[in-house]
Write a protein that binds this ligand. Structure first.
Ligand code: CS2
Length: 488
């Protein structure tokens, strides 16, 4: 990565002078997704529209991010984004919008100072569905989380995003500065509001005198983010070196499709991101529902059902006609009735593109990525649809089947006899309750943090129990075929 000029014959390189860039965005959680999405959009903004004050300061806070921190530091924040379409066209592009990079565990005060700097106008986040530490049942911030318990006794060495933000905003207040916009880019409903709720709840418990200032000095727009970005594999690194002569220790692969919709509710004037296709809207709801309930739910369906069969990737499951028939009929009968069209987006077009996005064989997205943290994903992606359908006395057969299949998924063994890991922060509970459901089939529904009171809803449980019993004695493929043919 040292000599960008020598690469330009093979890949596109940033056409701007990175030394001229100033930073106005701090991003916490420099994931593959961030690097394929926001950092890509900002790179376009700087390159095509010369918005030089849009640089990103990348920040990671978890010990487990040390390896990625070392790589990005080594590469001066540069990395290759490899966009792969279904026809096999690979377009590598070096992204230069991350111009600074900080690592919390190495120097927490430097991170706090950077977040407190008045030049930072937007603090964006990808901290994953389970990073908001909200107790699903009470709606309260989970003060008992070990990282939170540790940082409240040592506030200048924070562990969570909430601890860092609290210290940074205390400094801003003390220095007579203003606040900024906090932009959640995670796949959760009303992600901005959720962040605000978690953060304000945390502050009211741990630093209550900061709260009135924060209320006046911050904004939390909701967003919808979309671009399929798999985990980087060794073969991507090797192919980049062999085919394009680029030595990158951690490139990112993604699909051509990208979309970003944001509520127009910024602390200061909204940024010029419309120039690169970002859509600013008044109300995120129709956009987020469409995306979470179609794409993310579709992923979870293929992930759970596909893993049970023995498939390893999204495209394998999406290219199986029985699986896709099940998915499309779930979408038509149970998801579509809960969605409404919104400005500049047609649900019908999104649905059609979705299936070809899933089928793209070059993305190689692993079902283990999709199924990871399902206990946080299923309530957002699938149970919200169930709620609306139940409220309107509409069809819920597919969802009952999917939840029954998820129970069986937690047995950890596929129909070929191979085992797989359950990657989830509550994996012990999932595995235990799935095992106990062999004797007592409603047991799995007793996981309150996921299902709340669903087990008391007999209209749902009757169907769920019927499918669970069928799934326990048949392979998933047979069960899907029977379901599709209205035999169960
Ligand atoms: C996936 C998402 O994590 C998941 O389960 O559905 O990461 C998905 O790939 C992105 O939201 C695409 O926009």
């Amino acid at each position: 990565m040292e000599n960008l000029d020598t690469l330009k014959e093979h890949v596109s390189i940033p056409l701007f002078d990175r030394d001229q860039i100033t930073t106005s965005i701090a991003h916490i959680g420099v994931s593959n997704f961030h690097r394929a999405h926001q950092a890509f959009y900002i790179n376009e903004l700087i390159e095509k529209h010369n918005v030089l004050n849009s640089g990103i300061c990348g920040i990671d806070l978890l010990d487990s991010d040390r390896k990625t921190y070392n790589v990005l530091k080594d590469q001066d924040g540069l990395y290759t984004l490899i966009t792969k379409d279904a026809s096999g066209l690979h377009k590598p592009q070096i992204i230069g919008s991350i111009v600074e990079y900080f690592f919390g565990p190495e120097n927490p005060m430097a991170v706090i100072e950077r977040l407190a700097h008045p030049g930072i106008k937007i603090i964006s986040l990808t901290i994953a569905e389970d990073g908001y530490h909200l107790n699903e049942t009470t709606g309260e911030f989970n003060q008992k989380h070990p990282a939170v318990a540790e940082e409240v006794t040592n506030p200048f060495n924070p562990k969570t995003v909430f601890g860092y933000l609290t210290q940074a905003f205390k400094l801003r207040k003390l220095r007579g500065l203003t606040g900024c916009t906090i932009l959640s880019c995670d796949n959760i409903k009303n992600n901005g509001e959720t962040m605000q709720h978690s953060f304000f709840n945390y502050v009211s418990k741990n630093e209550p005198e900061l709260l009135p200032w924060l209320k006046q000095n911050t904004r939390f727009p909701n967003t919808m983010v979309d671009r399929i970005t798999p985990v980087t594999q060794h073969k991507d690194i090797d192919a980049l070196k062999k085919e394009f002569l680029v030595e990158d220790q951690w490139p990112v692969v993604c699909e051509p499709f990208a979309s970003w919709v944001i509520e127009d509710d910024f602390f200061e004037a909204k940024p010029f991101w419309e120039k690169v296709g970002v859509q600013f809207v008044k109300d995120i709801e129709p956009y987020q529902n469409m995306k979470l309930q179609l794409l993310n739910a579709g992923h979870s369906v293929l992930g759970i059902l596909g893993t049970l069969h023995g498939y390893k990737t999204v495209h394998e499951a999406a290219n199986d006609d029985d699986f896709i028939l099940f998915l499309t009929s779930f979408i038509e009968k149970e998801v579509s009735p809960t969605l409404v069209d919104a400005e500049n987006i047609s649900i019908e077009t999104y649905k059609t593109t979705l299936i070809s996005r899933f089928k793209n064989p070059n993305i190689n997205d692993s079902l283990s990525r999709i199924c990871s943290e399902s206990s946080a994903k299923i309530p957002i992606f699938i149970l919200s649809t169930l709620d609306s359908q139940l409220q309107n006395n509409k069809d819920i057969n597919h969802i009952a089947f999917i939840i029954a299949a998820w129970c069986k998924y937690n047995d950890g063994i596929d129909d070929q006899g191979n085992t797989y890991d359950i990657i989830d922060s509550i994996s012990n509970t999932l595995i235990r309750m799935a095992a106990r459901s062999l004797q007592n089939p409603t047991k799995f529904l007793e996981i309150e943090s996921v299902f709340k009171t669903l087990r008391t809803h007999t209209f749902f449980t009757e169907k769920y129990l019927k499918y669970l019993s069928y799934l326990r004695s048949h392979h998933i493929k047979e069960s899907i075929i029977a379901f599709n043919g209205n035999k169960i």
